[in-house]
Design a protein around this ligand. Structure first.
Ligand code: GLY
Ligand code: MN
Ligand code: MN
Length: 464
């Protein structure tokens, strides 16, 4: 456990709180969630809590005083519970093990909070994402106010801790970059394994099994999100999932993989708490048809345009608009968009006619969460008139400038549903290519390219 990594993050939070006037910050981990009867969903810590502690047990809180001290409240040792549910660190050793100043049993929460909030100028906590937390804080503040006759003052301000933490989490430190490189490698290896295993007659869930096998054998805790394994026309459903009583919700379906069709896999692992998010689209029988290859190469060209604009000095949305431009030009060229009724590429981009075939964003921040924390707009800049992506113009803050240390996905796609004005050879083709990029001083480093992306390379891999 690299306690110095977490200690230095806590120190940075405390410095940010001091610069903003001081106070006490409090942060719970995630709750345990029942699944049914005596079963629980697998526990997943709160990302921000883990970011500041490296502690993955349920039932824990972190308190940070802007002056610089840290306090962990955690579950007590309990022989009976540990026999049934497993090891607990316990408050007696937690402080030393985690490098936190002080640790107490979590049962003391309602006693400790009013004490530590006394005479603080502000209480900081995440305003969203924790049911009931605001009410709990109000309860503790009321307890502090009830002591006002003894000269104790309650914090006059409630402030959103997420504003501080989200901005920090957007810039990955060396420890995070190492974990994300590994998450990218394992995720990519899983895609390679699925491509190798793929053959006509298999079912979607059998490829999902290959992904899971690779994730777990490599030390990833599992998928970072529900894996999408979409055979043929299912690829045109952006968040395709099984959704049947037999297979359960969340996970691949049971459609058969057929020769001549594509398979789209959007899957990434969680490793050391960090996500990869990767999509590849490959031919079930190992060879793209001419129509599939044409659209695939168009999406790949769009991704290359987006990658070249993923560098310091470019704005987050520049890569999106670059991808849209390439896709729109290609769609007009191929007759999927009609020049006679829609005009040229500028018109298609301006009135968002491309959305019929490309209806999602080109990427998002990636980190502890698949859709990671971090502001997308340049909050310190003045609003400007710009396209809203739906064919209208709006006045709002520009998208923010990319800087080294940010990690984001680059994921253009095309999805063609049958329609009378669309040539049948394109019907049901759904393609997405998604890679994970770390912004570097020179440009970006792709963390997921262990999985081939060029059609020739994919075909060669599948022939082996
Ligand atoms: N797999 C979720 C996404 O691509 O955003
Ligand atoms: Mn993504
Ligand atoms: Mn994805």
């Amino acid at each position: 456990m690299p306690t110095d990594v977490y200690a230095s993050r806590r120190a940075r939070v405390c410095a940010a709180l001091r610069a903003a006037g001081g106070g006490l910050a409090l942060l719970p981990t995630a709750p345990e969630r029942p699944r049914n009867a005596d079963s629980e969903h697998p526990f997943r810590h709160d990302s921000a809590f883990f970011y500041l502690t490296g502690f993955a047990e349920p039932g824990a809180w972190l308190l940070l005083d802007a002056a610089g001290s840290s306090l962990l409240l955690c579950r007590p040792k309990d022989t009976e519970r540990e026999i049934w549910d497993g090891y607990r660190l316990g408050p007696d050793t937690a402080a030393a093990t985690l490098g936190i100043d002080e640790a107490l049993p979590v049962a003391l929460l309602d006693e400790v909070l009013p004490e530590r909030l006394a005479n603080q100028p502000a209480v900081w906590f995440p305003f969203g994402g924790h049911d009931g937390l605001a009410a709990q804080v109000n309860g503790w503040l009321a307890a502090v106010r009830s002591r006002s006759r003894s000269g104790i003052e309650a914090p006059a301000q409630q402030r959103d801790l997420a504003v501080v933490l989200d901005e920090m989490r957007l810039f990955k430190d060396a420890h995070e970059v190492a974990l994300m490189r590994r998450a990218g490698e394992i995720g990519a290896a899983a895609h390679v394994r699925a491509m190798r295993a793929c053959r006509p007659g298999l079912r979607e869930y059998e490829l999902e099994a290959e992904l899971l096998h690779e994730f777990r054998r490599s030390g990833a805790s599992g998928p970072a999100y529900n894996s999408i394994v979409a055979a043929g026309r299912n690829a045109c459903i952006l968040h395709y999932q099984a959704g049947s009583a037999e297979l359960g919700l969340g996970g691949a379906g049971d459609a058969e993989l057929e020769a001549g069709e594509l398979c789209l896999i959007d899957a990434g692992c969680e490793y050391g708490g960090y996500a990869s998010d990767i999509t590849r689209t490959f031919p079930v029988n190992g060879r793209y048809t001419p129509a599939q290859r044409t659209l695939y190469e168009l999406v790949l060209t769009a991704q290359e345009a987006a990658i070249s604009l993923t560098r310091p000095g470019a704005r987050k949305l520049d890569s999106h608009w670059a991808a849209i431009r390439v896709l729109s030009e290609g769609l007009l060229e191929l007759g999927l968009l009609d020049r006679n009724t829609l005009g040229g590429v500028d018109d298609v981009v301006a009135n968002a006619a491309y959305r019929r075939f490309y209806m999602h964003g080109t990427g998002h921040w990636l980190g502890l969460d698949v859709h990671d924390a971090g502001e997308y707009s340049a909050l310190d800049e003045a609003p400007v008139e710009q396209a809203d992506g739906m064919g209208q113009r709006v006045v709002k803050k520009p998208s923010r400038l990319l800087q080294p240390g940010m990690v984001l996905t680059i994921e253009p796609g095309l999805y063609v549903r049958p329609a009378p004005d669309v040539d049948e050879r394109w019907w049901h083709i759904g393609i997405r290519i998604e890679d994970d990029a770390l912004v570097t001083p020179e440009g970006c480093e792709l963390l997921s390219r262990g999985a081939p992306v060029r059609p020739d390379d994919i075909e060669a891999l599948m022939r082996k």
